[in-house]
Design a protein around this ligand. Structure first.
Ligand code: VAH
Length: 317
């Protein structure tokens, strides 16, 4: 049975990954490392939690040894738009934390999962069906930290045998914890505005296609890659995974089928637009499908129906 530490467990992915991992491995076997609020309801009652500043290696090492951790899910990151405003902090959080996790994992023989992103690609990467192995010269701090994270994680595997694995997440849409400071956040907030009966102001242009994924698929990817047979992995850091690619008009149309009077207008955020323009329109996830059986379950229509059902049932969203 695994003993897991999640670093960044109160974030958009971490808050739901902790629930998923505890349902699989048991509440006591998943330690939720957190750094700062906000915290989802019931966060501190659901199992072991510990405050960790992952930029301090001693704090990670202490928790790994105390709980006999064998798997670290390292989700510490500052998302793309915010990272452009705080590049040094983004580097420290993204890469300082990762290097610390890798060094502790090397000493304590832990496996390490660290998400990468479609943000690891840049403007001169092939935009449509971006290949698994291709040019990666992102021009954002977020993208640079993600490429460095991929290279570091592969280095620790080839040099010292640390079992590092990773996926390049698209924009993730979730109904529990809001993302913060991401270029794809619009695809989450639009659902909240629709269910509240409010107009939505979209910060990226019509025709701006990005890969997106519903949180349940993202969580399955994070679990399944770490459970996969290592002998079948040709790649490790990091796998392209895809579920759907859409632009603002497509998600708006999908929502209007449920809310015919819903109104969306545009007020372009130049920073988010520039970041989105540098990212792929769609990525090719053949390697993930072949090497560890990746397969998404949600498309835009199915995700939209579920998002609206869940948000309508929640009090004062
Ligand atoms: C962001 N949600 O927008 C993150 C993600 C691919 C997008 O990395 O920064």
């Amino acid at each position: 049975m695994k003993n897991i530490l999640i670093i960044g467990s109160s974030g958009q992915i971490g808050s739901e990954l902790s629930i998923k991992l505890r349902s699989i491995y048991g509440e006591a076997n998943v330690v939720c490392g957190y750094y700062k609020p906000p915290f989802p309801d019931g966060f501190f009652e659901a199992g072991p939690t510990v405050e960790i500043d992952a930029t301090d290696i001693s704090q990670i090492a202490k928790v790994v040894k105390k709980y006999k951790i064998d798997t670290i899910y390292n989700l510490a990151a500052i998302l793309s738009a915010t990272a452009e405003k705080y590049p040094k902090r983004s580097w420290d959080v993204g890469l300082g934390s990762l290097m610390n996790c890798l060094d502790v994992a090397r000493e304590c023989k832990c496996a390490v999962f660290t998400p990468s992103s479609i943000g690891a690609f840049g403007s001169n990467t092939p935009k449509d069906k971006t290949p698994q192995d291709t040019v990666q010269r992102p021009n954002t701090v977020y993208g640079i930290t993600k490429v460095m994270g991929e290279l570091l994680s592969d280095y620790y595997f080839t040099r010292w045998g640390v079992d590092t694995r990773s996926v390049r997440f698209p924009g993730i849409i979730s109904n529990l914890t809001h993302p913060g400071g991401g270029t794809t956040d619009y695809a989450v907030e639009i659902y909240y505005n629709a269910v509240r009966g409010e107009k939505f102001i979209c910060p990226v242009k019509a025709g701006t296609f990005m890969d997106m994924m519903y949180m349940p698929d993202a969580l399955n990817a994070a679990v399944n890659i770490m459970e996969s047979d290592p002998s079948k992995l040709v790649h490790r850091n990091s796998f392209n995974i895809a579920a759907m690619s859409f632009d603002p008009e497509m998600i708006y149309s999908a929502i209007k089928k449920h809310y015919p009077d819903f109104v969306m207008e545009y007020d372009i955020d130049p920073l988010k637009q520039a970041i989105a323009d540098s990212w792929p329109n769609s990525i090719d996830d053949t390697c993930a499908r072949e090497e560890w059986g990746w397969k998404p379950e949600y498309d835009l229509e199915k995700m939209t129906a579920n998002m609206i059902t869940v948000l309508k049932e929640r009090k004062n969203i």
